[in-house]
Structure formats: structure tokens, C-alpha cells
Design a protein around this ligand. Structure first.
Ligand SMILES: C[S@@+](CC[C@H](N)C(=O)[O-])C[C@H]1O[C@@H](n2cnc3c(N)ncnc32)[C@H](O)[C@@H]1O
Length: 202
């Protein structure tokens, strides 16, 4: 299979292609998110909150918000097959739609209490990340929560990032600065497997 040279189109094709594999690993991935979700629960009371999960994939990250008290959770992803697999597993309790994190005009300003993204932002270049963070900030009433790499990443993740040709080295070094440039309040809590939860608020 030949992938497009355009990084955006290439990423979409790859994520559509791997959606069934990702979906099969959903329960395992969800378990791995346990420490990150504990960090979030210690920081924010999720009860009754509305949550938008961007780059939701098969839906495990979105599902944890619902299981921890959020009243309304919506997941959005640009890969149609990810949306299909997430809906199959978690709808109707959680709703899902296709959409591009760089331009989410379908969501109004300050329409969700929390806007979150898990393992989305390291996969794009800093300029695209800035667009995505702008959208997250615009749509959130207060909190933006990012679950992503920080520190020493496991070998399997390094291999996947090599294949994906993502920006994760630069991301790990620079992301706190990027957040500080866009938000007045930023905090980072170490989770597990070379990841951290980044909290940013308006
Ligand atoms: C590494 S997966 C993470 C999935 C899930 N959030 C998790 O942590 O398990 C990244 C997801 O982001 C989606 N994605 C990448 N770029 C996107 C964009 N520009 N707009 C919307 N979704 C995007 C991909 O389709 C994929 O489902």
C-alpha cells in the first residue's frame, strides 16, 4: 500500500488502517490509563462535567471520563473507522462524530467543561499542535487535559513513533513551553509508561 506524502492524509489512512488492531487492544489500553485517570480525579471533580475528547480513537479515554462521573461525553476523530469502532463499543452512553482537531467549527465556544486529548498531540508538528490547542482552549469552559508522552518511553512506543514519523522527541522536550505560551495555568503530573497528564486552564 502506498501512503500519501501529505502528512495529514497519510496519518488519516494509517489510523483508518490500524483501527481494528487499536480496537482489539481497547481494554488493555484502558487499563493502562488507570494512573492517568487517578491523577485527573485528584485534580478535578468529574461529577456532572461535560467532556469533549479529541482524537478519541476506539474510545477508551472518553469512556473513563463517563465511568468517573462525567454527565456528557463526546468523542471526535478524523478517522471514520475509529469513530465506527468507538461507537460500536461505547454508544449510546457516549456519542462520537468525525471531525478534524485543527478546525472544529462544529463545536461552539465554551461548549464543554473539559476538552481532552490522549496521544494525539505528539503526532503532529508544533504549528499543527498550536492550531489544535487553540481549538481546545476555545471550546473548553475551563479545563484542557492532555495525556501524552513525557520522560523515558517504552521501546514498543518508540518503535511505533518511528513508524508513525511523529514529532514525539520534540514534543517531550518542548510541550510544557508550548502550553505555557497558550495558557495562564499549566501543571504536569507523571502517570505511567513514560507518560504524563498535562493540565491547562484558562
Ligand atoms: C494514537 S491514537 C490515540 C487514540 C486515543 N485517544 C487513545 O489514547 O487511545 C491518535 C488518534 O488521533 C486521531 N487523529 C490524528 N490526527 C487527527 C486530527 N487532525 N483530527 C482528529 N483526529 C485525529 C487518529 O485518528 C487516532 O485515532
Amino acid at each position: 500500500m502506498i501512503f500519501s506524502k501529505d502528512p495529514h492524509k497519510r496519518a488519516k489512512s494509517i489510523f483508518n488502517l490500524i483501527a481494528p488492531i487499536y480496537s482489539a487492544l481497547d481494554a488493555y489500553v484502558k487499563k493502562g490509563f488507570g494512573k492517568a485517570m487517578n491523577n485527573i480525579r485528584e485534580e478535578i471533580d468529574l461529577k456532572g462535567k461535560s467532556v469533549l475528547d479529541i482524537g478519541t480513537g476506539p474510545g477508551a479515554w472518553a469512556a473513563l471520563y463517563k465511568e468517573n462521573g462525567a454527565s456528557k461525553v463526546h468523542g471526535v476523530d478524523f478517522a471514520q473507522k475509529m469513530v465506527k469502532t468507538a461507537s460500536k463499543r461505547y454508544a449510546p452512553g457516549i456519542t462520537f462524530s468525525t471531525g478534524d482537531a485543527e478546525n472544529l467549527t462544529e463545536f461552539e465556544d465554551e461548549s464543554f467543561d473539559i476538552v481532552t486529548a490522549s496521544f494525539l498531540l505528539h503526532g503532529v508538528t508544533e504549528d499543527k499542535r498550536k492550531l489544535m490547542l487553540n481549538e481546545m482552549k476555545r471550546i473548553s469552559k475551563q479545563h484542557v487535559i492532555i495525556n501524552d508522552y513525557f520522560g523515558k518511553t517504552p521501546a514498543v512506543a518508540r518503535f511505533l513513533e518511528y513508524l508513525e514519523k511523529s514529532d514525539y522527541h520534540h514534543f517531550k522536550e518542548n510541550f510544557c513551553n508550548e502550553l505555557n505560551n497558550q495558557f495562564p495555568n499549566v501543571k504536569k503530573e507523571k502517570a505511567s509508561f513514560g507518560t504524563s497528564v498535562y493540565f491547562a486552564s484558562k
